[in-house]
Each structure stands twice: as structure tokens, then as C-alpha cells.
Write a protein that binds this ligand. Structure first.
Ligand SMILES: [Fe+2]
Ligand SMILES: [Fe+2]
Length: 387
């Protein structure tokens, strides 16, 4: 029986099932096989792409991660061009001196960290796609969607972008989420924003034009309050992006089938955590500013002292940069210091929704959203099986 199943399996062109529109027809055909042959067939039928080298689920998970990494590279590249270090490792752009100086108020090495985070994302993207190709699986290419405008500020390349860093609504609830000793988003708990004024409206995290980086002789280092607000916004946005990756990898790892793919997901996911930890630390160093008005949007932005009333206490304290222990799996079990959330259900779609709500894709086409939704749905359909 086993040989029969194997024989019929290899005669089917698995790739045809991957093509858009054929997925559900394929699933129906395979469903009949499952009913007849039981769970031992489950691991084989309908889960292999291209001569059994990667399961369908593993390929789908890796493709969603490749897309996420391409998007991360695109946004980090924009940060690096204006506020990082432009060199042979991360080429492009020529820097915005006052924006870079404003970022360095958070840490003297911010430009190096931005450079290194950018390079990391580029290697993630290139590696995952190369691994998919090495297994004969389809890869991900978003080049057709590089249509969004670049910053007009001096220092940015004028090329098409995938992401928009100039109209962000930044969720800063990761700050209180990682400080809470009782709540966990996997139990449905909600968390307060550390910087409430960034949670509404649309804010730039890079200078839009040279008007955003005009020298202000009345301020230390000629850094205007507006330039500092933009750099502060970036400081919190860096951590928002990387806490997302920190959760996404362990979420998807739980549905990976092959040990090698698990190794990839755990190994890359660990660097996302390293990024988040760094940015979490730096965000606590933002310059406190009150009611700074963005002349373009008319919005007021405040970066409060998180160590003082009405903030303060363990939920806001700026030197609590490591995850506080909290409830995990069951409130009956002892509190544990963990990454959160890590629930695997709907992980890819959740990540896509969070990036969309962030404003990163403002200006993107319907075709872009359709393609990413397809990738996310396929990743979320992946089930852990034997391989
Ligand atoms: Fe990454
Ligand atoms: Fe990342």
C-alpha cells in the first residue's frame, strides 16, 4: 500500500497545486486520498512541493517570511540612506547629517545599528529565497510593487519603494506588553501605548523634505524639535518592526515540518530578537518633547518622560529593557520571561495586518495587497507534519 501511494504521488505534478486557482481543486482530490488511507498519508499527500524536497507548508511559510524580509529590507534601507552608514555593505544614499545627529541622541552608535539591522534583513531575504530555489520551490519577488516615492530630503536615493515611512501610525504598546507581569496578548490582554500621540494620525519617521531637517541655531547641535520628533518616532518604530519579527518567527516555527526549515526559522528568528532587544533599549533614550507641531500634518506629538507621572512604575520604567516574566500557556503555571505573543493561529495574516495598520503600505496597489494576502493565507494553512 505504501509503495502504491508513493508511486501515485510522484506521478503528480505537485507544482500545479501551488498555482493560483488550482489550490482548492487539489485539496479536494487529496482529501479523498486522506479519507481512504488515514493519517500516514497525511504527511505525504498534498504536503510536498517539487519532488518531495520541501513540504507545501514549509515552502509557504518560507515564502511569507521571504516577503516579510523583502519589506523589512526596503524600510531599513530607507532608514540607512538617511540615518545610517552608507558603505559597500549597505550601499545607497548619502546621509542626512541633522537626522543622523538627532538619532544619535538615542545612542552614539545608532547609525551603526541601523546599518547592521539593514544588512541583516538583506541577508535574511536573500538567504530564504536562495534556500527556496535550492529546493526547487518558487521564490518571492516584489520588484513590480516598488512604486512608492522616496523621501525628497537630501541624502535619500530617488528610487521606487515598497514601503512608506512618512505616514506612520506607530503602535507603541509593545513597550507595556513586555513590562507587564500579569498580562499576555495570547490571552487576549490589551496594553497601553507608551507614546499615545503616535498611535493616531500619520507621522514621518524619516525627513520628508529638507524642510524637516532645517538647522535650528537655538537648539543644541542645531537639531530642531521637529527633526528630533522624527528621529524619536523612528526610534520607537525600529522596535515596533523588530518586535513583530521577534513574534512572527516562533509563531510560524510551530507549524514547520522539516528540521532543517525549523533550524532556519529559529536561527533567523533569533536575530530578530537581538534587533528588538537593541531598539527596546534605545527607545528609552528618546529626548522628551511636548506638543511639537508637525507643520505638514498639523499634528502635535509628545514624547513624555516615561519614568514620571502619569507614566512611571514598572509598566513604563525605561531601564526595564528585558522581558518581565508574565503568564504563559496557563495562568495556573508560574510566570515566565518569554517572547509574546507566540500563538501560531493566523500568524502570517496577523503580521500583514499589523504592518498595514502601521501605515507602511499607504499608496500601495490592490495587486500588492492581494499578492501578500495570498502568501499569508498559504502560510497560515501550513500544518506541522512528518518530513
Ligand atoms: Fe529579518
Ligand atoms: Fe528584522
Amino acid at each position: 500500500m505504501k509503495d502504491l501511494v508513493k508511486g501515485s504521488k510522484s506521478s503528480v505534478d505537485r507544482r500545479s497545486f501551488m498555482k493560483k486557482g488550482l489550490t482548492s481543486a487539489g485539496a479536494v482530490t487529496l482529501g479523498a486520498g486522506l479519507l481512504a488511507h488515514g493519517s500516514s498519508v497525511l504527511a505525504q499527500e498534498g504536503h510536498e512541493e517539487q519532488s518531495g524536497r520541501l513540504t507545501k507548508g514549509d515552502a509557504a511559510i518560507l515564502r511569507f517570511l521571504a516577503a516579510a524580509e523583502i519589506l523589512e529590507t526596503d524600510l531599513w534601507q530607507q532608514y540607512n540612506e538617511l540615518g545610517g552608514i552608507q558603505d559597500a555593505e549597505v550601499p545607497g544614499g548619502s546621509g542626512s547629517p541633522l537626522y543622523t545627529a538627532a538619532l544619535k541622541q538615542l545612542d552614539g552608535d545608532m547609525d551603526q545599528y541601523i546599518h547592521d539591522n539593514t544588512e541583516d534583513e538583506l541577508t535574511h531575504e536573500v538567504f530564504i529565497n536562495a534556500y527556496l530555489a535550492s529546493k526547487g520551490a518558487e521564490t518571492v519577488n516584489l520588484d513590480q510593487f516598488r512604486t512608492l516615492p522616496s523621501s525628497k530630503a537630501t541624502g535619500a536615493q530617488q528610487i521606487g519603494r515598497l514601503t512608506n515611512l512618512m505616514q506612520l501610525t506607530v503602535d507603541t504598546s509593545w513597550w507595556t506588553r513586555y513590562r507587564s507581569r500579569t498580562k499576555n496578548p495570547d490571552f487576549g490582554d490589551k496594553f497601553a501605548n507608551a507614546i499615545p500621540t503616535l498611535a493616531t494620525g500619520q507621522h514621518p519617521a524619516i525627513p520628508r523634505t529638507d524642510d524637516d531637517v532645517k538647522p535650528d541655531p537655538s537648539k543644541a547641535g542645531n537639531i530642531s524639535d521637529l527633526t528630533q520628533v522624527i528621529a524619536n518616532t523612528a526610534g520607537f518604530h525600529f522596535a515596533f518592526i523588530e518586535q513583530g519579527g521577534t513574534s512572527l518567527y516562533p509563531m510560524l516555527a510551530q507549524r514547520v515540518s522539516s528540521l532543517e526549515v525549523l533550524r532556519i526559522v529559529l536561527s533567523i528568528g533569533g536575530t530578530e530578537i537581538a534587533h528588538f532587544q537593541t531598539w527596546h533599549d534605545k527607545a528609552g533614550n528618546v529626548i522628551h518633547l511636548t506638543d511639537v507641531i508637525d507643520p505638514v500634518t498639523g499634528l502635535k506629538v509628545t514624547f513624555p518622560d516615561l519614568n514620571s507621572s502619569p507614566f512611571g512604575g514598572e509598566d513604563f520604567q525605561t531601564n526595564l529593557i528585558m522581558p518581565e516574566p508574565t503568564a504563559f500557556l496557563s495562568r495556573k503555571l508560574p510566570a515566565c520571561s518569554i517572547i509574546r505573543p507566540t500563538s501560531t493561529k493566523g500568524a502570517a495574516m496577523g503580521a500583514l495586518k499589523a504592518l498595514t495598520a502601521d501605515g507602511l503600505f499607504i499608496g500601495q496597489s490592490q495587486a500588492f495587497f492581494d499578492y501578500l494576502r495570498d502568501l499569508a493565507e498559504d502560510a497560515d494553512e501550513a500544518k506541522r507534519g512528518r518530513h
